[in-house]
Design a protein around this ligand. Structure first.
Ligand code: 2P0
Length: 316
């Protein structure tokens, strides 16, 4: 039995779209910041009888809803040549409708706990590869601070780009709904690939945005990192919008308008968003508390979580 803890991450350079073929390989490189203060804690026990059991936040999950987690467990069992069923218990200390993807921290914690519970001495890079097959963004949560996920001939490689302290970045998560239902990202990506006239433009632009964001992070340039991150998110959503994949709601646009107004007034404020309507505002540590109050005053914003760069997945 082993317990592992992982934190969610927010992409600064977005991943959107998968390479053709098996293995869940992203079509573009991405770069994220792992967040402190919010965690998934997962315990894996091997050696049971009967079927594998997966319990999420206290609720036993049906097999159909957890196929990717079961595939991960099967591959660990095969690699370790062990028999017996697995029991997985996983808890998030942040709500599913928080606007933060629980699949990233969930698959990162599962991959680390499962390999260690099976007695495997898998390298962190290989644990990230296992997590990536479950959910690509999860590979980035194995590493702390700023992390990249870069597709190559063999699949995709995750690695740390810069440590937690490289930038005084804060992420203000503006939660705009308690409703967890949106088009799942894998469905939205596939619809974008199949139907968007701007998908090719996204595939063309994303690697350049990634390279420029990576350079800004490594140089410790907070303003440039935030500015380019907003562009990456807007380019991703423009390609999705053209396929009818719409994650914006009226309040989302209201937050974007407030961010532009704050910026016009000289503040560091840039917006990014994922496969849901919540807006994550990127700012500096110094400005974060005041900005969180101002964003919390936008009608329709339910609450604002302030998150800082955090550590990679670990066994406590
Ligand atoms: C990202 N997102 O880079 C992008 C930006 C959402 C928008 O990664 O299909 O759950 O499991 O590989 O990682 C969310 O997609 O997708 C995501 P799968 P995942 O963070």
């Amino acid at each position: 039995m082993t317990t592992a803890v992982a934190h969610p991450n927010i992409a600064l350079a977005k991943y959107w779209g998968k390479r053709a073929g098996a293995g869940n390989v992203p079509a573009v490189p991405s770069l994220s910041v792992t967040l402190a203060g919010l965690s998934t804690r997962t315990t894996v026990t091997f050696g049971g009888r009967g079927e594998d059991v997966i319990v999420l936040n206290g609720i036993v999950q049906p097999a159909g809803a957890t196929a990717r987690a079961r595939a991960l467990i099967d591959s660990v069992r095969a690699a370790a040549a062990i028999d017996g069923a697995a029991r997985v218990e996983s808890e998030n200390d942040f709500p599913t409708a928080s606007g933060l993807a629980s699949s990233a921290s969930g698959f990162a914690a599962l991959a680390l706990a499962a390999t260690r519970a099976a007695g495997l001495d898998t390298s962190v890079a290989d644990v990230a590869d296992l997590a990536r097959r479950g959910s690509a963004s999860a590979a980035r949560s194995l590493f702390g601070g700023f992390c990249e996920l870069v597709p190559d001939e063999a699949g995709a490689r995750a690695a740390q780009v810069a440590p937690e302290g490289a930038l005084p970045l804060r992420v203000l998560v503006c939660v705009v709904t308690e409703d967890a239902k949106d088009v799942p990202s894998s469905v939205g990506m596939e619809q974008t690939r199949a139907e968007s006239p701007y998908y090719a433009a996204w595939l063309d632009a994303a690697p350049r945005l990634f390279a420029d964001i990576r350079a800004a992070v490594v140089a410790g340039d907070l303003a440039k990192t935030c500015e380019l991150s907003e562009r990456s998110a807007l380019a991703m959503h423009a390609s999705a919008l053209a396929a009818g994949v719409v994650y914006f709601r009226p309040v989302t646009l209201d937050v974007y308008a407030r961010v532009r107004a704050l910026r016009a007034a000289g503040r560091t404020a840039f917006a990014t968003m994922d496969a849901g309507p919540h807006v994550k505002v990127l700012t500096s540590a110094d400005e974060s508390e005041a900005l969180a109050r101002e964003l919390g005053a936008v009608p329709g914003v339910l609450r604002v979580l302030v998150a800082r760069p955090g550590p990679g997945a670990f066994v406590p």
